[in-house]
Ligand binder design. Structure first.
Ligand code: HEC
Ligand code: HEC
Length: 335
């Protein structure tokens, strides 16, 4: 009634909401680089090898096809894929493994080939590289595994092998994990996460985290961050610390680089908490992960645990007491 008689009140009310949201947002905090102590020039990060150097033989053909699959995964093996329907969504490996798995601190594959077969805590057994690839097809892509002897698994494995040429077996290279973050003493702040999301992320990933399709709807210009077309809760990207380490180095996509990040550690953690919070739907989690509780990462948000902390604390922190407890009792600390 009142609003009908005084239409300007509606406008005033919308303003009030926007101002209230902005007011409740903390001022943007500066983003010190994660390398204040160990400066960026002390690291020797590996960068992408020249694709012109892929050999012209049978191995090289597989490497080229593998790279193509990593870049255009949905086109080949997506829900409408031309060689088979394996993925449950239309994301591509390169959406997370940036620049076809070659970006420093962007989940690159450089050292991967030399570190498999590897004991994997999530499955509590030794996994080959091929099985690890299928892990990402089943979890972030919410799909069904490729046959282990398929040309596609072989091609992706060959591409990963080629990327890692010259890196000794079992060794890591600088930049093949996320950025180190300083963990706060308090629990993460979902309100601040929401503010950071709307300030820094929504313009590409959408107000509802839905992303944006390419005009032909075959895949995304901006991949989704939550919802039924996004990654499922068994994915590593659902773990808040792991996800924040990726976000800090790489997002917003058009501005951040690992050595000049845009977000502070705190903002990266809070926005990762908001993106992965319970208020957002995702496909159902499949399978039993970490059957051996001894090896569960601290930010894995599903119990049981071998420490007295709740699922909520494992998810949103404060993490330091968990780390301190685990260290004190000689337990596994991983995040
Ligand atoms: C939603 C994001 C996302 C998508 C999409 C995705 N992955 Fe992953 N992948 C991850 C994360 C996160 C990890 C864990 C990295 C870690 O433990 O540091 C990972 C790990 C891996 C690893 C193990 C790397 C190592 O060195 O241990 C391989 C191999 C891999 N992914 C391959 C793929 C392939 C191939 C595709 C496409 C079919 C794909 N991933 C799609 C997020 C994703
Ligand atoms: C300028 C557009 C843009 C902005 C702004 C942006 N992103 Fe992204 N983001 C992308 C693109 C594009 C990709 C996929 C990269 C590729 O395929 O090469 C991506 C990938 C991701 C991924 C991994 C893939 C997935 O869908 O899970 C996450 C997580 C992510 N962004 C989080 C964020 C967060 C959090 C922010 C805000 C702090 C943000 N992004 C801001 C464009 C953007």
């Amino acid at each position: 009634m009142l609003l009908k008689r005084f239409p300007y009140l509606t406008i005033l009310a919308s303003f009030a909401v926007v101002i209230a949201v902005l007011y409740s947002c903390r001022p943007k905090s500066e983003a010190p680089t994660a390398f204040e102590e160990a400066s960026a020039d002390t690291l020797s990060v590996r960068t992408a090898p020249d694709t012109a150097a892929i050999p012209n033989n049978e191995f090289g053909d597989l490497v080229r096809y593998g790279r193509e699959l990593v870049l255009h995964t949905a086109r080949y093996i997506g829900p409408d894929g031309m060689v088979g329907k394996y993925l449950g969504n239309k994301m591509n490996c390169t959406n997370c493994h940036l620049d076809a798995g070659t970006r420093p601190f962007g989940l690159n594959y450089f050292s991967s080939h030399g570190r498999y077969p590897q004991y994997r805590a999530r499955e509590n057994r030794i996994l080959s590289l091929a099985e690890r690839i299928n892990n990402c097809i089943e979890r972030p892509h919410n799909g069904k595994p490729l046959p282990l002897d398929s040309k596609e698994i072989l091609a992706i494995s060959c591409y990963i092998k080629w990327l890692g040429e010259g890196i000794p077996v079992e060794e890591r290279v600088d930049g093949d994990e996320g950025l180190e973050l300083r963990l706060p003493d308090a629990p993460l702040n979902l309100n601040n996460g929401r503010c950071v999301y709307h300030r820094e992320c929504a313009r590409c990933h959408g107000v509802h985290g839905e992303g944006k399709f390419l005009p032909d709807q075959s895949t995304y210009e901006y991949p989704p961050l939550w919802g039924m077309t996004s990654y499922q809760p068994g994915s590593s990207m659902f773990r808040i610390i792991k996800s924040a380490r990726f976000i800090k180095a790489n997002m917003p996509h058009d501005k951040a680089t690992w050595d000049k990040p845009v977000l502070s550690d705190r903002d990266a953690l809070d926005v990762a908490a908001f993106v992965n919070s319970q208020e957002h739907d995702r496909p159902e989690k499949k399978g039993l992960d970490y059957p051996n509780v001894e090896t569960k990462p601290i930010d894995y948000p599903f119990g049981p645990y071998n420490d007295p902390f709740t699922e909520a604390q494992h998810k949103y922190g404060p993490y330091k007491p968990i780390i301190a407890y685990r260290k004190k009792h000689g337990l596994y600390v991983n995040y």
